[in-house]
Ligand binder design. Structure first.
Ligand SMILES: [Zn+2]
Length: 139
């Protein structure tokens, strides 16, 4: 489950980068993408650690708009794998767990949500058997 959730997270990175560098992301009034596009423009104009960090932060901020879609995709994966005790709420928490360490994670979630989602992500990632992970071990 962790590999699937992380893959979804990384695919959003790839999607947004592709969307920007192919010119599909345009500055528009009231667009959620304006701050992200400005970060892309600054980064490609002057590639420094600072502009890279700003861009990475903006990409993660934009992922807030994709969490529900990520959760539904993860649920489809879980269902296909036969993980019957997984629901969309769990998938959403695990998708949030891929955001640990980002500004978005700390700004959008309460401290109890952060703790819960970080724990869920750790249980799945490390397959902590006495905590009943939903997925199976990779070995
Ligand atoms: Zn990321």
């Amino acid at each position: 489950m962790s590999i699937a959730a992380t893959s979804l997270h990384e695919m959003i990175h790839a999607y947004l980068i592709n969307y920007a560098i192919t010119g599909q992301m345009q500055l528009e009034e009231n667009s959620n993408f304006n701050e992200l596009l400005n970060a892309f423009i600054l980064f490609y104009d002057d590639q420094t650690p600072d502009t890279a960090t700003t861009l990475d932060d903006e990409i993660h901020n934009t992922m807030n708009d994709f969490i529900d879609t990520m959760a539904l995709s993860l649920l489809a994966y879980a269902t296909a794998q036969g993980y019957d005790d997984v629901d969309v709420s769990f998938c959403k928490k695990l998708c949030w767990g891929t955001m640990v360490g980002t500004d978005l994670f700390e700004e959008v979630l309460s401290s109890s949500q952060q703790l819960e989602y970080e724990n869920i992500a750790a249980i799945e990632q490390d397959n902590i058997l006495n905590e009943n992970p939903k997925g199976t071990s990779c070995d």
